[in-house]
Design a protein around this ligand. Structure first.
Ligand code: SER
Length: 312
């Protein structure tokens, strides 16, 4: 029998595409989607769905027992910009959901866990070009602090209790199927929607703010590859650096202008500028390349093409 997997936070930006992709690969019935709210129609209609609060241990345990779940992907989280407004709620959600899943694995109720970390684990004292796997971190946002603490707990549960937990430090993820919610890199998606709808976009970051980014298809492929890798190839049990491209608002606006010549961008930086300024500009992901053969497919050119074609 095909193993069953559970996605917590399946209706979010990453969860939606991850669920659809896992269902395509492994069959609809063995990929259980869950979230505290219902999601997109194609997600809801393509396989089993459970209303589930990721902070409720007993509720997750019931679903795990019912479907004989072997792997959990924990995609529920509060992102960087929203977390600055609700620090304690962000900490509760981001940490308690992780402990729930790690403890289920510790108790041998599930065999494998995926948990996403982020470039937000880095801070203003981190070397910001080609940021190494192991370096000064010192995150300065609530979200980043929760991700860094989470990474340490993942490494701890692996070492101490032999929990098979795997993780990626995602850069900003660009996708067209589901909108992001409350992140600092969200501008790189909003800009496409606005360019198509209104031919103009007011950006909440300054024009030269360069950040690491990735097209969603690459992120999903990386996630599934990491989860299917032989454990002996996984040398990082905190979280892997992962990279595809880096660009600034000015650079992505230029690429859009190449396709939509009368598109105009203006800049009106807000509190998210300080968050972006504390994050790296580019990431060294050589460990992921060496350990499990990571290689991105989409650069800025290809991403722009995919976004404009699919949203138009
Ligand atoms: N994209 C996320 C954010 O902006 C970073 O992990 O919060």
């Amino acid at each position: 029998m095909q193993k069953s997997v559970l996605i917590l936070g399946a209706c979010g930006q990453i969860g939606t595409e991850l669920t659809l992709s896992l269902r395509e690969r492994f069959g609809s019935e063995t990929v259980i989607a869950s979230d505290i709210r219902e999601g997109a129609e194609n997600l809801m209609s393509s396989g089993p769905f459970e209303l589930l609060d990721a902070t409720n241990y007993e509720a997750i345990e019931d679903v795990v027992m019912h479907y004989e779940i072997e792997e959990v992907y924990l995609m529920a989280a509060m992102l960087s910009a929203t977390a600055e407004k609700f620090p304690m709620r962000a900490w509760n959600l981001n940490m308690n959901s992780l402990f729930n899943v790690l403890n289920l694995a510790k108790e041998k109720q599930i065999a494998k866990v995926f948990w996403p970390s982020s470039i937000a684990v880095f801070g203003p004292n981190t070397p910001d070009e080609k940021t190494p796997q192991n370096t000064i971190m010192e995150p300065s946002t609530v979200y980043g602090i929760s991700k860094q603490a989470g990474e340490r707990w993942c490494a701890y549960y692996h070492k101490k209790y032999d929990v098979d937990v795997r993780s990626i430090r995602y850069p900003g993820l660009i996708s067209w199927k589901t909108m992001p919610g409350g992140g600092t890199t969200d501008y790189a998606i909003e800009i496409f929607h606005e360019a198509i709808a209104n031919k103009t976009y007011s950006c909440f970051l300054k024009e030269d703010t360069k950040l690491p980014m990735m097209f969603m298809d690459d992120a999903i492929r990386a996630t599934i590859n990491l989860m299917s890798s032989d454990p002996k190839n996984i040398s990082v049990r905190s979280s892997y650096n992962l990279s595809a491209m880096s660009f600034s608002p000015k650079e992505i606006a230029q690429k859009i202008k190449d396709q939509i010549p009368d598109f105009e961008i203006t800049y009106d930086p807000d509190f998210r500028q300080a968050i972006a300024d504390s994050w790296p500009k580019s990431i060294d992901d050589s460990r992921a390349r060496e350990d499990w053969g990571w290689q991105p497919d989409f650069d800025l050119e290809a991403t722009t093409r995919e976004m404009l074609n699919n949203l138009s």
